[in-house]
Design a protein around this ligand. Structure first.
Ligand SMILES: Cc1ncc(COP(=O)(O)O)c(C=O)c1O
Length: 458
């Protein structure tokens, strides 16, 4: 599934998720609500797995894309390991049933406390709540399968913490290959000026410095150049840099067992925006085939490519305001619900949930040419001009109370949402065939006030 309409289609003029009219979901769960398709999640996962099967790639789902425990469980059922970037995500992955060996812990600013919890369950912040939350024995929890380490400083602290606990931390060094992923500057991560990874020239120094450390096993390399990457060439360049580096490391007597290529894999927010995952595999598999055959474990960390088109955001129109040049469609979702348009100027296809026959969208494009469309901004309730979901789009007429769908909202939607302007975070619903289930209750207003206390001595 790699297209906004793969899992969400118009039938008799009403948007459906699988077999369920999303109008029913909005009536039952309210709005705004994220709706996910279990079928779409499964099939995207399988498609990536199939494309990279010739090199036996192991998939670790990037939890940051959409972190609901029920979604993690669904992906576990498909065989996914997990890629986490904080102590909180680590706990989610574990509570979803992921064995520690199948968790990769990445992230540029891991704290000592997070490292401890990732090495020994007795240090988990959930120690006291684990039984209530899932019943697994947290005290027996051993180290994560891999730490993707981003700096010398991090590796030094990790070595100290592992020595204190008497365990060995397995490590991949995240390499900064100085390759431009040619994506938004805020999601470009593999250039020299970005905060991520270790410069290529420093990597052999780290391998050498820690080769006899009894608490650290430096076992491989990691790279993640950005997201979404819409061309195959930057991936190819990054892989070539890493393969050359492996060759050098081996020349110096080191063994490289794991090559983690990160995420950033493609999907389409609009028609034909990116090559298919198979196109990426076609370029990368031949480069990696021999190495993989000789035992190099390839790891991928897909997030967006699994989740983005497996979700829509349902929002209700609260007001329509006619401007001089365009119409403002004011909804209950905004930058607090889905920040991508405001933050990255990202495109999401937006369309009313219920349409007349001539207005069923033929494709997910920005400039559809259908009769009776009106230039519209679809905006939220937040007091920021940057609070928009779509700008200058030709849309069918909508009125107060109508539902609007924001497509491709399954990744980096809920997980990046906030309480800005004191709005509760919204609900999440999972549709599986003809069945839809609530997987996250809408936050209650009172919850937002729970941690605020009357002033007291520190
Ligand atoms: C290290 C790492 N791995 C994986 C991902 C997931 O990327 P995507 O959702 O584009 O697959 C990210 C995204 O920021 C990342 O930083």
């Amino acid at each position: 599934m790699n297209h906004p309409f793969d899992a969400f289609t118009y039938r008799d003029g009403v948007l459906h998720a699988g077999d369920v009219p999303v109008t029913e979901i909005a009536d039952a769960a309210g709005t705004p609500t994220f709706v996910y398709s279990a079928d779409a999640i499964r099939s995207s996962y399988r498609r990536i797995e199939r494309a990279f099967a010739p090199i036996g790639a192991k998939l670790h789902y990037a939890v940051k894309a959409s972190s609901n425990i029920n979604i993690l469980r669904l992906l576990r059922e498909q065989g996914a390991g997990m890629d986490v970037v904080s102590g909180g995500e680590l706990e989610r992955a574990w509570l979803a049933g992921t064995p520690m060996e199948e968790i990769v812990f990445a992230g540029v600013g891991k704290t000592r406390a997070e490292q401890k919890a990732a090495l020994d369950g007795r240090w988990s912040p959930l120690k006291d709540a684990a039984e209530r939350l899932g019943g697994r024995n947290i005290e027996d929890r051993g180290p994560v399968g891999l730490f993707n380490v981003e700096s010398e400083s991090e590796l030094e602290v990790l070595a100290e913490v592992a020595a204190e606990l008497g365990v060995v931390a397995r490590v991949c060094i995240r390499v900064n290959p100085d390759v431009d992923a040619r994506t938004h500057e805020y999601t470009t991560t593999g250039k020299e000026e970005n905060k991520f990874g270790v410069a290529v020239a420093r990597v052999p120094v780290l391998f050498e410095a820690f080769k006899d450390n009894p608490s650290i096993e430096v076992t491989g390399l990691h790279v993640h150049i950005g997201s979404p990457v819409r061309e195959t060439e930057p991936f190819e360049s990054a892989v070539r840099v890493l393969l050359e580096l492996i060759y050098r490391l081996e020349g110096a007597g080191h063994v490289v067992k794991v090559l983690d290529l990160g995420g950033g894999w493609p999907m389409n927010y609009s028609d034909g925006e990116s090559p298919d995952i198979e196109d990426f595999a076609e370029v990368l598999v031949p480069l990696l085939e021999t190495r993989a055959k000789n035992g190099l474990q390839i790891v991928l960390e897909p997030g967006r490519s699994i989740m983005a088109n497996a979700g829509v955001l349902l929002t209700r129109v609260h007001h329509v305001k006619e401007g001089r040049r365009k119409r403002f469609v004011i909804c209950d979702a905004g930058m607090h619900t889905l920040i991508r348009p405001a933050f990255y100027r990202a495109f999401h296809f937006v369309w009313p949930v219920r349409v007349e026959a001539g207005h069923v969208p033929p494709s997910a494009m920005e400039d559809l040419e259908l009769p009776d469309l009106h230039p519209s901004d679809v905006v939220g309730p937040i007091c920021e001009t940057g609070d928009f979901l779509a700008r200058e789009r030709n849309l069918p007429k909508v009125q107060r109370g109508d539902l609007v769908a924001v497509f491709s909202a399954g990744a980096y939607g809920m997980s990046m949402s906030s309480n800005y302007n004191d709005h509760p975070r919204c609900a999440e619903v999972l549709v599986d065939g003809g069945r839809s289930v609530l997987i996250n209750k809408r936050q209650e207003q009172a919850t937002l006030l729970e941690t605020e206390v009357s002033p007291r001595e520190l």
